[in-house]
Write a protein that binds this ligand. Structure first.
Ligand SMILES: [Zn+2]
Length: 55
């Protein structure tokens, strides 16, 4: 099952979500497991991804 990495913008923690492709396509309501915020951002695991934004 593919895993998707997210970072929470509220508590600044990273977490990994395991979803099937199908589940991912329907865009489930993913929340931060630490603070239950949905203010999260997807992290791309890096082959191509250079970080284009500085934060
Ligand atoms: Zn959080």
């Amino acid at each position: 099952m593919p895993s998707y990495e997210y970072a929470c913008r509220d508590c600044k923690k990273d977490f990994t979500v395991y979803l099937s492709i199908r589940e991912f396509e329907v865009k489930p309501n993913i929340k931060c497991p630490y603070c239950e915020s949905n203010n999260i951002t997807r992290k791309f695991s890096g082959f191509f991804a250079k970080t284009s934004k500085k934060s």
